[in-house]
Design a protein around this ligand. Sequence first.
Ligand code: NAD
Length: 594
Amino acid sequence: MLTSVDFSGRELGMIKLMADFFAEKPELTAKIESYTTAHYALMTTYSENFGIPAEDAWKVFEELERKMNEAEYLHVEAPYPLKKWYSLSKEEINMLRVLTDYFSEKPKMSPESAFAATRAESIIEAYKWFFGTTEGNGDYARESYRNLTEKIQTALSIKLETLAPVVATPNPYEAVLKLLQIAGDKLKLDPGMHEMLKRPMRTIIVNVPVTMDDGSIRVFTGYRVQYNDVLGPTKGGIRYHPDLTLDEVIALSAWMTLKTAVTGLPLGGGKGGIRCNSKEMSTGELERLTRGYTRALARFIGPRLDVPAPDVYTDAQTMAWIMDEYSQMVGYNAFGVVTGKPVDIGGSLGRNEATSRGVMYTIIEAAKHLGTELQGATVAVQGFGNVGFHAARLLNELGCKIVAVSDSKGAIFNAEGLNPTEVLEHKNKTGSVTGYKCCKALSNEELLELKCDILVPSALENQITKANASKIKAKIVAEGANGPTTPDADETLFKNGVFVIPDILANSGGVIVSYFEQVQNQMNYYWTEQEVRSKLENTIVNAFNDVLEVAQRYKVNMRIAAYMNAVKRIADAMSFRNCKTFVSVVERRNVVAK
Ligand code: NAD
């Protein structure tokens, strides 16, 4: 399938540097007069210009080279006032390939003698040499070269379209499969059931055309994966992210299946998302995208089938658009089609902070079990979005000291403790937690390795890996995010005595209160915030203690124990229902209707 992939800021910087190298008056690379290899010259200049280690520069270049090899089409975004996307011609793409190749460790597209009088002539020579005389006639090459450098040097961003499968690294689906295997083996799970649990029940891929503010049309790829519905309607968030992959959505939907099961909810698991950079889109563009995605999925979602919710870079407003579009299609107010809605249109009190409140309840239980005093305990929170901010605020209210927080731009540290609400005000004003008064700046990596009592990763997957697991000094890691720890890192943490409250348990507060929202929508009767909180506490504390009991009985870590509880509940349900096929409730209903 043709997938759209954005170049990262670092990759864009590298391409600009390469173009600058061949420009008539180089600015960034003017210092390079002589060099042993073009590759080495680029790496050192890049690392000096952008202040990043040379080994990172190598990685950026490798990724860039791979993307260039796999690109079918390339598009560049012209700067203001145009701010419009242009497609590169075949010749310009080829020229960019020659340019990239020129800087590779072993260039294949340039002859050893491709050193002409000027740098620009060298690259034109290389182009002619590789593409032959038909395409590579000098004037033609010169024109492609001029057009390309002009577009690149002013580009706001670059994206490509590729037919190559886009896979997240490390692949979180692989992590799910590994853990399902371990839990299945411990439970002596029937092999047939294991086979069913390894795969999603249904995967939906949609391409949504959106008219952008400048009048152009862009097509965005969206996914919805309904992993397993044996326990009830599938449930799970919708994520907007430029690097989203299908495998990531499958993994997230599997985690949702396990999460609803481990907490004893009458729900299955699903997840969805769209590959898009929501930060660069206007509210109108986001609304049109969300409504288009809803129309494309309308046959497959619904209060009794599959109920989406917010996730990374989506919020109550996104849910309101989905609910409204779906309601218009079915002809009545279908409040229950999504959860995480604004309270005025069927949202539940307490949903906004539910995930973080759940994280806090599980930390309280873990502290009781470990005999850790929470008053004055030091906390580092990675990610300062919905989950991270509320987790920091609630733990602070409990008496913990929040010593560090971070977002995608970096981390801040203050040994005396931070006031999360004031940090949020700063973030709302400036766009980031970085630069907040009286704080030391840290990288996200340094935040994870801080000496503290409690670490709450609340950003994205694969943050604690084999590479940094042995450096984690926290006593408790409460996973606010989904999949922040890779399985090999888990083993190291367990060996080192770090008590990990796994994602499917720690951050299940969100889906628990989402379930309460569904119940309230169905009754059309709404609970007080206090009722929501006490029901949440009751549900998550019971789930925590059930998992702890299994962890102690089988001498396994909390994650494996949580998987074992969840898998057992799903397998029991499949066995009661005698599930031998993937035909879900929707398909059976359609069969009956015919
Ligand atoms: P959000 O979009 O509100 O916040 C994400 C935060 O992470 C932002 O502050 C962003 O700047 C930061 N971030 C992004 N990349 C980062 C990086 N490399 N290093 C540090 N920070 C980075 O999203 P959210 O709703 O808070 O979700 C966060 C995580 O929690 C996700 O893994 C999500 O799947 C999980 N989760 C969310 C909910 C929920 O109810 N919102 C429920 C369960 C699990």
